[in-house]
Design a protein. Structure first.
Length: 158
């Protein structure tokens, strides 16, 4: 079974000058219950359908299956997403032999910037870039599916 192993961090200053490429992403959730999600994503004019299982290892790993689908199908599936979409720009930042995916959120999640690094095993070492802040791996508030229900902007309001 394909496993996604990643760690997630809040992001401080100094990352923008290191960006190798960026792309805008819109994604919605057809289903997001009990740690399982069915996500539809549009990125750079291409559609994707992703199924994720519940988190394991304290949020470090989870089952992930992703398939590219025709853009028209992705646009149609977006209409099935009950809450709307997450809007973000993903910036790829190479550092120390890994690529950090820095997600800069827009709309209701404006102001939130997180970085993820994918690993080949839960204990894999990686060089920590200076822009990484506090680790939030396993903190469900930072899952994109949760940001749909409780957007980042509302956190500051109480």
């Amino acid at each position: 079974m394909p496993q996604e192993i990643e760690r997630k961090f809040l992001v401080g200053d100094g990352w923008r000058t290191l960006v190798a490429s960026s792309s805008r992403i819109a994604q919605g959730y057809i289903c997001a219950e009990h740690g399982r999600t069915v996500r539809v994503r549009i990125r750079d004019g291409r559609g994707y359908l992703t199924i994720k299982g519940p988190s394991a290892d304290g949020g470090l790993s989870r089952y992930e299956w992703e398939k590219e689908i025709p853009l028209a199908d992705a646009e149609e599936l977006m209409r099935l997403c009950p809450v709307g979409t997450v809007d973000k720009t993903r910036h790829l930042v190479p550092w120390g032999g890994h690529t950090f995916e820095v997600d800069e959120f827009h709309g209701a999640n404006e102001g939130l910037v997180v970085a993820e690094v994918e690993l080949s095993s839960p204990g894999e070492a990686f060089e920590r870039p200076p822009f990484l802040g506090r680790e939030v791996t396993g903190d469900a508030r930072y899952y994109n599916s949760q940001l749909m229900r409780c957007p980042y902007r509302t956190w500051r309001d109480g």
